[in-house]
Design a protein around this ligand. Structure first.
Ligand SMILES: *Cc1c(COP(=O)(O)O)cnc(C)c1O
Length: 341
């Protein structure tokens, strides 16, 4: 029998389920104070569900916006006000003419004292801007020990070592680094789960999923099975530290190719914020960018077109992308620049 044919209430599936939950906690380095939840709806649903659970009416939540996903998180939290949710305050935005080329410093944050929480995006997938890669770009601190820090880690979860103890809620759609779409991972400090609103339909309360070990209703069992397998693979590869080393190498190959091109390729992102998951760059003209994408496709390198909202080129080099593939891309970049530059 396939895992798909087993009941989610059966012993066989339960073993898979609990192994997957434990592997998430282990590789994120979560203490016993945390609950790990498998839910559905993607990170996009969490954009609404987090304020529904944690942003009481009369309170304010602070948001740091460093790209398109932070913008979405703000707009969904604002829309949730119609469901009896409090106010949203943008504590900092690095939009500046739609640019988003860096993360703000701690000193730039306009934090609300007594905020319900502080929300940030660990890696801005579309703009290629990442927190915490350099001592000059640490993750933000909230206004006080009683203000939880919430982080959207959808595009860099388990790609590098991160001290989880600086956060109170970590969430991510599984599909970029740890499994198929359809599984959403929400890790919450237990005291935060307990603080959540109780007058929501049960399915929307994180408490429900925590109380039922993510088996309140049928979870995406096959996806969770694959999450468990991917995390077992990650362990066999040497864990997050080994993946981090590989990811840093991969990113360096591309940024070096950009820097060595004499200005033919240009990365708009500030050096200390350049993502090691999503490397974005421009060519001198949109026509050259189109030619680059087309020629790369001819060499069986797909998915290099930048997000439609920003254009340019984007190489998403998640955990599953091997060093050799990135070497091939860097080598193609050199050839292309030589031929067209
Ligand atoms: C992809 C992504 C999302 C959206 O995730 P869904 O699971 O598709 O809703 C949200 N935030 C970030 C940072 C992402 O990269």
């Amino acid at each position: 029998m396939s895992v798909m044919e087993h009941s989610h209430r059966g012993k066989v599936y339960e073993k898979v389920h609990h192994e997957a939950l434990a592997l998430v906690a282990k590789h994120l380095g979560l203490s016993k104070d945390w609950d790990v939840l498998f839910v559905q709806g993607g990170a996009s649903m969490a954009f609404a569900q987090i304020p529904m659970n944690l942003l009481e009416q009369g309170k304010t939540a602070d948001y740091i916006v460093t790209g398109a996903w932070g913008e979405k998180a703000v707009s969904e939290a604002r829309a949730a006000r119609s469901m009896g949710v409090g106010e949203v305050h943008v504590a900092a935005s690095t939009e500046k003419d739609k640019a988003y080329v860096r993360v703000p410093t701690q000193a730039e944050l306009k934090l609300t004292s007594g905020a319900a929480y502080l929300h940030c995006t660990s890696n801005e997938t579309i703009h290629g801007v990442q927190y915490g890669l350099s001592t000059s770009t640490p993750f933000p601190r909230s206004a006080g020990a009683d203000v939880p820090v919430v982080v959207d880690m959808s595009s860099d979860i388990l790609s590098r070592r991160v001290d989880a103890s600086q956060f109170d809620l970590i969430y991510a759609g599984a599909q970029k680094n740890i499994g198929p779409s359809g599984v959403t991972i929400v890790c919450m400090k237990k005291d935060l789960v307990a603080r959540g609103r109780k007058d929501l339909p049960a399915i929307f309360q994180y408490r429900t999923h925590a109380d039922n070990q993510s088996l309140f209703n049928t979870p995406p069992t096959f996806g969770i099975y694959l999450v468990r397998n991917v995390l077992a693979w990650l362990e066999a590869e040497g864990g997050v530290a080994a993946l981090e080393e590989r990811n840093l190498k991969k990113a360096a190959l591309l940024y070096d190719a950009i820097e060595a091109s004499g200005g033919f390729y240009r990365c708009p992102v500030d050096k200390d914020c350049r993502s090691i998951m999503n490397v974005v760059w421009r060519l001198p003209t949109p026509e050259l960018e189109e030619a680059f994408v087309k020629e790369a496709e001819g060499k069986r390198m797909v998915g290099l077109k930048g997000h439609r909202s920003v254009g340019g080129i984007r190489a998403s080099i998640y955990n599953a992308v091997e060093l050799a593939w990135v070497e091939a891309l860097a080598s193609f970049m050199k050839d292309f620049a030589k031929a067209k530059g």
